[in-house]
Each structure stands twice: as C-alpha cells, then as structure tokens.
Design a protein around this ligand. Structure first.
Ligand SMILES: NC(=O)C1=CN([C@@H]2O[C@H](COP(=O)(O)OP(=O)(O)OC[C@H]3O[C@@H](n4cnc5c(N)ncnc54)[C@H](O)[C@@H]3O)[C@@H](O)[C@H]2O)C=CC1
Ligand SMILES: O=C(O)[C@H]1O[C@H](OP(=O)(O)OP(=O)(O)OC[C@H]2O[C@@H](n3ccc(=O)[nH]c3=O)[C@H](O)[C@@H]2O)[C@H](O)[C@@H](O)[C@@H]1O
Length: 440
C-alpha cells in the first residue's frame, strides 16, 4: 500500500519505518527541511533502540522516502497519517493548529479517495473538525479515521510492531477495510484490532495516558506515606502488584512522570472536561501530586546540608525523562537542575544520550553546569550524587569509583536503584523514594 506520514518526529518516524518494514511504500513529509535532508541522506534524527537498522534497510530498499512537499508526498497515497504535534495551548487544551492547517492544505490538493488518519493525540471531536477542514476545499470523497498511538519512547519499535491492541475509530466500512488490511501484519500475535467510533477512539487515548499517570501519582503518594510510617514502598509495590486486578506495571514511585505526553495529555483531558462543565477531580490531584514530586529530593538534600547549598557541587546522573531515549521534554532532571542552581549550587551532569539536548537548552549557565564526558568523571569533587533517570549503566555501578570520586559518600536516588542493605554495608548516606533512609 502507498502511505504518507505527515510529521516525522518520534511517532511519525517510527510509524513510517514500521509500515515500510511490512512492505508498504512510505513517504514521510516534514516541514523541517534540515530534518528531511538528514533523513534522506540516511542520518537518523532521534535515538530509539532498534529503529536505525529498520530505517537504513527500508531507505536502502526504496520503501521509505522523505520530502518537505505535501503535494509530492501524497501522490498515489491511499492512506495519510497525521503525526503532528499537539502541544498544550495557553489554556491547557491541545493546540490543534498543526493538525487543522495540514488538513485544510490536504483539502486543496487531494484529487482521489484517501483515508486521513489522526495518529496524533487529539481531543474528542477532532476527527469531525479535520473532516470539516478538508471538506472546505475538497471535491473528492475521503474518510477521516482516529487511530491513536500507544507506543512508549525507548521501546517504540517493539510497541509498534507488537502492539497490545490497535484502536481504530471509524464508522466508514471502506476506511475500516483499508485500516484492517494495513494493520493485519501487526496483530498476528493475537492481540486485537478494536474498531469503534471516532470519539470513543479519541477518548481511549486520553483515558489510557491519564489512567497510567494516575497509577504513578498514586504510588508516589503511597511512597510519601511509607516514609512517614516507616514502611518500604518496594514491599508495598510487590504486595499490591501481585494482584492481577492491579498489575505489576507502572507502580514504580519516583520523581514524577515527565515526557511529552503524560503531562500534556492529563492537562488536556482536564480541560476537555471543563469544557463540558465537568470537574475531573482525580486528574487535578494527579497533576498536583506530580508537580510536587518533581522536587521530591530537594528537601532531603537541603536537610542533609543544613539548608545551605551555596557553594556546594552536585553530580547528577540522568537527564532524559526516562531511560533509552534522548528526550528531555518535561524531564524531572531539568527541575532539579533549576532548583539547585537557584539555591546557589553548581552541577556536573551525565546522561548516555540526552547531553546535547540539555546543552542546547541550558548551555553551561556561566560555568555552573558542567557536561561530564563519563559517568565517573561527573562525580569528581561533588558533595553528593543525585540520580534522576534509571539508565541501566547506573544500576550496577562501581561503588569503589564512586566513593573515591565523591567528596562525601552521599547519594540521593530518585529512582530507587540500589538495595538498602547493600548501601548500609557500603557505608553510604543513601536516601531514595518511599524507603527507609540509610544514614551515616
Ligand atoms: N512521543 C511519543 O511517544 C508519542 C506521541 N504521541 C502523539 O503523537 C503526536 C506527535 O508527537 P511526536 O512524534 O512526539 O512529536 P514531534 O515533535 O517529535 O514530531 C512532530 C513533527 O511534526 C513536524 N511538523 C510540524 N508541523 C508540520 C507541518 N505543517 N507539516 C509537516 N510536518 C510538520 C515537526 O517538524 C516534527 O518533526 C502528538 O500528538 C503526541 O501527543 C502519541 C503516542 C506516543
Ligand atoms: O502518549 C504517549 O506519548 C505515550 O506516553 C507514555 O509513554 P512515554 O511517555 O514514552 O513513557 P512511559 O514509559 O509511559 O513513562 C512516562 C513517565 O512516567 C514515569 N514512570 C513510568 C512508570 C512508572 O512505574 N513510574 C514512573 O514514574 C517515567 O519515568 C516517565 O517519566 C505511554 O506509556 C504510552 O503508551 C503513550 O503512547
């Protein structure tokens, strides 16, 4: 099938590459000429495990191409995916201007039947708005389908190739057939394609992300309670996670959820609720808890250093909002950096993939941020180590090297990477999330 993907970011590039991998002829369109140039010459623009190999193969075999021209990109295409940004607008609602502008443009240039697919995360009613924007100038028949994406960054290829489910919102038989054929190779593992109406599909996406964010904020509050009552959140997590009705996943407490999606999608669902005069109380609390959680480690650090961080130097491991990605959007590490600098401290940072993104965003703040070349050089002369992202390379570090590089054997761990008993044995002052602190 000939497919067009408009928007070649995290979702668009993964979607385009994976559809090419199953034998489709895919053209990706992006407004960013520099990105298109790089991709066309075989240079991948995001870090996503497993993607590069598929990208190179499909580019070489001519099933994947890139262009800045929408007219050129949609020639002969039967399906057009919109994988465009839907950032929060000033009032918290999803900004649909990217999606609706492209839809209006499509209406002017489409000359035969096409299925236009909303892959972006968009509020209920957007499929109708996209259809209206296209119809304004379009003389040929078309269908608009809602097909939300559930991939996670860092495991995006696996999530796309072996989805738990594919949600397709359409009431058109013709579009249903086209989408069913396209996704058939991805659901062979027995996981379903769920056909439904457009609005239910749109709401499914927000409900999924909001539910997962709720699980995280819930566990972050349980972690606080654990600390106050002397319980261990790891035990409680295992204790409740073994119940199938609760499930083991997404119960890890930490320093808040980040990334480009949970924060914006929870906020957008709250706004959508307000628009229909409904106060979504749980989600308001989920957002409040998450705001507080991003700086969860700060009072612990302040307390250890007697509320005087002026002149102190910290090592920070982990900048990406989660491991296996270079994405730093809404990353808790950025909030920690800002708070430490505001308190008069300086920082050395290290992340396996996200260093250049942070450097571009923050520069070195007049020498107050040092970008270390290695996770161990990052520690030199630091008063304490702070861990913000659970990259595998941080999980079993060389504690000998840590203790010789740090000024003090002090670790504040926002991701509960280390065993409490072991830290005691090694003689560290070690504070984590929802577990009994190890004091020197
Ligand atoms: N990042 C993720 O893990 C997931 C994101 N989503 C949703 O997918 C959508 C896209 O997200 P990302 O891929 O993360 O965004 P992104 O920001 O990584 O990529 C968007 C791309 O669209 C391009 N673009 C902007 N205007 C354009 C135009 N007029 N014509 C052509 N290209 C244009 C940009 O240059 C950029 O390359 C959002 O609605 C997001 O909520 C859904 C599931 C997962
Ligand atoms: O709509 C989206 O963009 C995507 O948002 C999330 O995917 P992603 O943001 O890539 O990453 P997650 O693995 O969900 O993690 C999100 C945040 O929650 C945090 N988290 C996750 C799990 C957990 O147990 N505890 C926890 O604090 C992570 O550290 C991270 O900051 C969803 O998991 C995807 O299904 C969805 O498609």
């Amino acid at each position: 099938m000939k497919i067009t993907v408009v928007g070649t970011g995290y979702v668009g590039l993964v979607t385009g590459t994976c559809f090419a991998e199953t034998g489709n002829d895919v053209t990706c369109v992006d407004i960013d000429a520099n990105k298109v140039k790089k991709l066309s010459s075989g240079q991948i623009t995001i870090y996503e495990p497993g993607l590069e190999k598929l990208f190179e193969r499909n580019l070489k075999e001519g099933r994947l191409s890139f262009t800045t021209s929408l007219e050129e990109g949609i020639k002969g295409a039967e399906v057009i995916f919109l994988a465009l940004p839907t950032p929060p607008g000033a009032d918290g609602a999803a900004d649909l201007s990217f999606v609706l502008n492209v839809a209006a443009h499509l209406g002017k240039i489409m000359t035969d039947y096409k299925v236009i697919v909303d892959k972006s995360t968009v509020p209920v009613g957007t499929a109708e708005r996209v259809a209206a924007a296209i119809a304004e100038n379009c003389k040929t028949p078309f269908d608009v389908v809602s097909n939300p994406e559930f991939l996670r960054e860092g495991v995006a290829v696996d999530d796309f190739m072996k989805p738990d489910r594919v949600v397709i919102g359409t009431t058109s038989e013709r579009a249903r057939k086209v989408m069913g054929d396209l996704y058939a190779p991805f659901v062979r593992q027995g996981n379903p394609i769920l056909f439904m109406d457009e609005k239910s599909a749109e709401l499914t996406k927000y409900a999924a992300n909001s539910f997962l964010a709720t699980k995280i904020s819930f566990m972050n509050e349980i972690a606080i309670l654990c600390e106050k009552l002397g319980a261990d959140v790891d035990m409680v997590r295992r204790g409740i996670g073994s119940d199938d009705r609760i499930g083991k996943r997404f119960l890890f407490p930490g320093i808040g959820y980040g990334g480009s999606c949970f924060p914006k999608d929870v906020q957008a669902l709250v706004k959508s609720s307000e628009d229909v005069q409904y106060n979504f109380k749980i989600l308001n609390a989920v957002m409040d808890v998450n705001e507080r959680q991003k700086l969860f480690l700060l009072p612990k650090i302040q307390n250890y250093f007697n509320n005087d961080l002026g002149g102190k130097h910290f090592a920070l491991w982990g900048l990406a909002f989660k491991p296996n990605t270079d994405d730093i959007r809404e990353a808790p590490a950025l909030y920690i950096i800002e708070a430490l600098l505001a308190a008069g401290a300086t920082i050395s940072v290290f992340d396996p993939e996200a260093m250049s993104n942070v450097q571009r965003l923050l520069s070195n703040k007049n020498g107050k941020i040092v970008y270390a070349e290695h996770q161990y050089t990052c520690l030199e002369n630091a008063d304490a180590l702070i861990i913000a992202t659970e990259w595998s390379v941080f999980r079993t570090p060389d504690f000998q090297k840590i203790s010789t590089s740090l000024k003090n054997k002090v670790i504040f761990d926002g991701r509960n990477l280390f065993d409490i008993a072991r830290m005691k044995e090694l003689g560290y002052h070690y504070e984590s999330v929802g577990r009994i602190p190890v004091s020197l």
